[in-house]
Design a protein around this ligand. Structure first.
Ligand SMILES: Cc1cc2nc3c(=O)[nH]c(=O)nc-3n(C[C@H](O)[C@H](O)[C@H](O)COP(=O)(O)O)c2cc1C
Length: 189
């Protein structure tokens, strides 16, 4: 396994939507990825987030129709991790589930894998069905659980460049109190 430190993983993680078709993930890799997801912090230490792992080609093909666009590449991913929250058990289910998904994505980068988030909650299929409902029916997800997103995982096809430090929106960081950023013209005055 490739050794990358956390900040390197944070720096090099990019959303990847094309994956090598001949390289599946090993069960050991999947185990480590899911360990990272399960270790994410959770509200009141509740750990109510659940996951459905999908590798079956027909299921992936069906999942790729969960949105009008934005999820079509799911048909060709080696592994899709469907991230579920439990609104009846946890008020902050979306936050908890998002943290798990983020941990999963960073761990994937750390292992030389790539990933992409596909949003499900509050989205619709091409014929107007609620995307979460579509996924629920497809994967037998019980009514108590909600679908937040799907994390696509695999070995990347091609390279995705790291964003430079200059591209980051440093002006969105405010020290001490909120300060409206000066425009270029104002700073020239
Ligand atoms: C909440 C959220 C929803 C997203 N939904 C989708 C999606 O449905 N389909 C997709 O291809 N990418 C999706 N993405 C990935 C973003 O498009 C991507 O993170 C963004 O363009 C920045 O690119 P980067 O991840 O390479 O830095 C989503 C990301 C987040 C955080």
């Amino acid at each position: 396994m490739k050794e990358i430190k956390l900040l390197d993983a944070i720096r090099t993680r990019r959303s990847v939507r094309r994956f090598q078709q001949d390289k599946a993930l090993s069960s050991e890799q999947v185990g480590v990825l899911m360990e990272a997801a399960l270790r994410a912090p959770s509200s009141r230490d509740g750990h109510t987030t659940q996951f459905v792992l999908v590798e079956d080609k027909e299921q992936l093909q069906a999942l790729s129709h969960l949105r009008e666009s934005g999820g079509t590449f799911l048909r060709d991913v080696p592994l899709a991790v469907v991230v579920l929250g439990s609104p009846m058990e946890c008020k902050f289910w979306q936050t908890d589930a998002s943290l798990s998904a983020g941990y999963l994505q960073l761990q994937a980068t750390e292992m030389g894998l790539a990933s992409c988030w596909v949003q499900v909650a509050d989205c619709f299929t091409a014929n107007g069905q609620d995307s979460a409902e579509y996924v629920r029916n497809l994967l037998d997800i019980p009514y108590q659980l909600e679908v937040l997103c799907i994390i696509a995982l695999g070995y990347p096809e091609g390279e995705s460049p790291e964003r430079s430090l200059e591209e980051l929106r440093w002006e969105q960081i405010h020290i001490g109190k909120y300060q409206v950023a000066e425009t270029q013209e104002e700073s020239n005055e």
